[in-house]
Design a protein around this ligand. Structure first.
Ligand code: GLY
Length: 359
């Protein structure tokens, strides 16, 4: 089966990899560089789900993806030769209020988490602000380079025979009845047996050509990097997070804004991120800011991913709307979408994320 995957971000690249591995003949179409948009703007944390999101299906999907990570990283690094800089700095989820401290203490019954406070917390993360009451600590929490992860998925797909086409803009679709037979691009047409739309925040616009009617509002996230050797762990506070990165850098993020397709950074947001960083780790007050950037996460009408078959089309699928969880959810999305396309059977775990929920 020949499958055209539209979008070379982390979701499209993961889908391309799993499809090709499972026997499809994949053409991955990306209008720019692989992982050139939101996927490389992300911090790259694989957030252990300490706090329930309030949606069991979503929490289960996040946990299922986390489990896939170590093996799939090994596979795609070997196949692509790309180092995704996977490491486990551990994560500290801080509480500044008694109310949150109580909630996190309770949540620490989960395997892999422990509640840390007082002297033990200062020993664990010596730079942490002294007004932090305590923290949920997960030693196994992982971090990676999300741009490299995306290139590794696409590179591994290519190593298995996928046709990865960068700088290729999708301009339309040829259809016969309810079937898509061809994807038109600015550099030629691609015949296909199935199409997967996975173009992040751009899925809505591309989907219009198929009357898909799927909202994927771009949700801007601004981030800064500071030169510092603290903190030692990823630190999540109430207003943002800090992630230690290779080369003596710390990423501080991130805003969540609906600013259309505007990727510029703003002085207000940068000030806010600095204040947040200093509130968690006071030594960052004098840290040099090295860079600031923004990415456009794909939102959705209800804030949850949109993954499934496109109603009214026999051979079209969509995988978008991953919002703040694209990196974490890439392996499970790739795995389950590949199954869906190749077998026509939807895994139960995708039921809550189907397009049909929007009516
Ligand atoms: N995944 C982290 C963020 O969206 O800021």
């Amino acid at each position: 089966m020949k499958v055209a995957v539209v979008g070379g971000g982390v979701i499209g690249s993961a889908i391309a990899y799993y499809l090709q591995k499972d026997g499809a003949e994949v053409v991955l179409l990306e209008r720019g560089e692989i992982g050139g948009e939101a996927s490389s703007a992300a911090a790259g944390m694989l957030i252990a789900p300490i706090e329930d999101t309030g949606n069991d299906s979503f929490d289960a999907l996040r946990e299922a993806s986390l489990v896939l990570y170590p093996d799939v990283i090994r596979e795609i690094q070997e196949r692509s030769g790309v180092d995704v800089e996977y490491k486990m700095p551990g994560m500290i989820r801080t509480a500044h209020t008694e109310e949150l401290a109580e909630e996190l203490r309770e949540a620490c019954h989960r395997p892999g988490f422990e509640w840390v406070e007082g002297r033990a917390l200062q020993d664990l993360e010596p730079g942490l602000a002294t007004n932090v009451i305590g923290a949920a600590y997960c030693a196994a929490d992982a971090d990676l380079n999300p741009g490299a992860l995306t290139r590794a998925f696409a590179g591994a797909a290519a190593a298995l025979g996928a046709d990865v086409r960068k700088y290729t803009i999708v301009t339309g679709f040829e259809t016969t009845g309810g079937r898509i037979t061809e994807v038109s691009t600015d550099v030629g047409d691609v015949k296909c047996d199935a199409v997967v739309l996975a173009a992040g925040a751009w899925t809505e616009v591309i989907g219009m050509r198929l009357d898909a009617g799927i909202a994927t509002p771009p949700m801007r996230g601004q981030m800064i990097s500071l030169r510092s050797d603290v903190p030692l762990h990823a630190v999540w506070g109430e207003d943002g997070y800090l992630v230690p990165k290779p080369g003596g850098l710390v990423f501080a993020g991130a805003t969540v804004e609906n600013a259309g397709f505007d990727k510029t950074t703003t002085a207000d947001a940068i000030d806010g991120l600095r204040r947040m960083a200093v509130g968690l780790v006071p030594a960052l007050r004098d840290a040099e800011m090295v860079s600031a950037w923004a990415g456009l996460r794909p939102g959705s009408a209800d804030g949850l991913p949109v993954i499934g078959a496109l109603p009214g089309r026999e051979n079209a699928y969509v995988a978008t709307g991953h919002f703040r969880n694209g990196v974490l959810l890439a392996p499970i999305t790739g795995d389950l979408v590949a199954d869906l396309v190749l077998t026509g059977q939807r895994d139960e775990r995708l039921r809550a994320f189907g397009v049909e929920r929007f009516g």
